[in-house]
Structure formats: structure tokens, C-alpha cells
Design a protein around this ligand. Sequence first.
Ligand SMILES: [Zn+2]
Ligand SMILES: [Zn+2]
Length: 189
Amino acid sequence: MFRFLHPKRRRPLDEPCSICTAPAEHGYSDHAEESIEKIRPRCLNCLRPEFDRDYKDFKGRAVVVAPAAGPPVYVFQPTKAWSEHFPKSKIAQDVCSLVERIDSTCYECSKDAKFLWVQSRGLDDKNFIEVLDKGISHTLLKDNAPPVSLCASCCVAHILRELESKRISYLEVCSPKGNDTGFVLPMGY
Ligand SMILES: [Zn+2]
Ligand SMILES: [Zn+2]
């Protein structure tokens, strides 16, 4: 747990963006918990087209919790693998029922929706563990506005707007992949 908080590990953000050499704000990876060498440093500008492509290519459905300052990573976790690893955790089951609430069209632009956007007020570097244990419905959704259904472009626009306005930097970010059901959450490991 919390390998990124270990001070002696070299962090992806010690290096500049590997596309344009601007200062890196995030470490971009293909899958959650990627080895440090495979996490590519990215500035926000270079992350944008990668997120756009990933979220459009994703064929499943996901609950996406807004970025929050504090937890070190912002990664996609497929529910199937999650519940195999953490059978007592309630979040996978909760996410499977939440994705059933996704409307067919986007709340903002009426394109096809496949993401359920949940606000993250109150989420910090300690209580994300409670969200993983108890699920989103019994934690975040109690203190936040009702979730909305979004298409890929609107979901990425929301994520980037929050990253920018809250000036958040994540050691690892990765996008939804394949056709799984899953969730994107600010968390740590
Ligand atoms: Zn860049
Ligand atoms: Zn939309």
C-alpha cells in the first residue's frame, strides 16, 4: 500500500513531459499500478488528446469520480478484477448497480453516454479507503449532487477542467480500457 508515498522511490514527476519537455503534472500509464518505469511524465496539454482517445475507445461503462486533491493517483479499476482481489470491498458491486443508472444520452450534449460523473466534495487522502470499502452510494453520493450521465468528450472535458482549476497533480493516471465495467477514483496504493 502507498508505494508512491515512499520518499526514496523516484517519481514520474521528477522528469519533464516526455512529449514536449514542459514540466510534467501527471504520470500517464496504460493500467493501474504500472511499474514506475512504464509511467510516462505528461503535461496537461499532452495528456488531453490521450484522455480523449482513451475515453472514446472505451467500450464499457464506468463511474467516474471527479479529481480531488490529496490522494496520489487517479486510475481506472475494472470491477471484476477488483472484486477478485478485494472480495470484502463493496465498491465493485455498488459500481455495477450505479452504471445501470446511466442514461442513454449525455446530460450535456445528447451524444451516447457511457460514464456516470460523481462529484468529489469531501474526498481526501484518507477517506478514499472508506469509499472503496463501503462503495460510492453510501459515501460520496450522500454529500454531493446527484450523478449525471456523460459521453466521452464531456467526461474528459469535466476531468481536465477539475485538474486545471484545482491544480491537482497525480503520480499516476490511467483511463478506462476495453469493454469492462469499472470506476475511476482518486485513490492510493
Ligand atoms: Zn507535454
Ligand atoms: Zn456529451
